[in-house]
Design a protein around this ligand. Structure first.
Ligand code: NAP
Length: 186
């Protein structure tokens, strides 16, 4: 039951989105995300789910957080609605927490992930997008206080990725190895 938060934020301001969109387009970042999460279970908020092309991510089980009991997913075999986040507390398999901001914040406050995959985009964001900037600064403060960095800096296409583990927690070496190999084998 390892929980892993995985995000890509903008340097300094910790923005992860503007309106419903991610304000950069780095194909290698999407590929790294896919390598890490493929064939695994992920959870995300309804807004993020709606932003996936055709409301899906192939080869993943998606647990969509929504307060709407009648919400309809696009693939009833592989996608599941979750109205009560507490039910994810005792999730058996590794669970990747994939945003957006409200979900990262909720997990960091109430169900501290064991591992964080922290990617940081060092370039300029597309500020022409319409919408309110969404940032996860409070998650980054909590990460720096309560987690230990256990990896070197992996740089690719102006994105620096590091792995962090919750202080004092025993973390599955299998999960850490999988994440590391997925980052390295690009
Ligand atoms: N850069 C990255 O790594 C990254 C990753 C993911 C997302 N994003 C960005 O993040 C932004 C979206 O973030 P967001 O915070 O606005 O939306 P979000 O977290 O994706 O989704 C919010 C929705 O999730 C549901 N929800 C929230 N808390 C819940 C809880 N405790 N229990 C059950 N359901 C809950 C609610 O759905 P209902 O309204 O249906 O009840 C809520 O409206 C977008 O800009 C997206 O592109 C960036």
């Amino acid at each position: 039951m390892t929980k892993i938060a995985i995000w890509c934020r903008h340097k300094d301001d910790n923005i992860i989105g503007i309106g419903p969109n991610i304000p950069w387009h780095i194909p290698s970042d999407f590929k790294r995300f896919r390598r890490i999460t493929e064939n695994a279970s992920i959870t995300c908020g309804q807004t993020t789910y709606e932003s996936f092309p055709n409301r899906t991510l192939p080869n993943r089980k998606i647990y969509v957080l929504t307060f709407d009991e009648n919400y309809e997913v696009s693939d009833k075999k592989n996608h599941f609605i979750v109205n009560d986040a507490k039910s994810l507390k005792d999730f058996e398999e590794p669970l990747y927490v994939c945003g957006g901001a409200s979900i990262y914040k909720m997990f960091m406050q109430k169900m501290a992930p064991d591992v964080i995959v922290d990617s940081c985009f060092m370039g300029d964001i597309n500020s022409s997008l319409e919408g309110i900037p969404v940032d996860i600064s409070e998650c980054i403060e909590s990460m720096k206080k309560n987690y230990t960095k256990v990896s070197p800096d992996y740089e690719e296409d102006n994105v620096i990725t590091t792995i962090w583990v919750k202080k004092g927690e025993f973390v599955s070496q299998e999960v850490l190895k999988h994440i590391t190999m997925s980052i390295i084998n690009n």
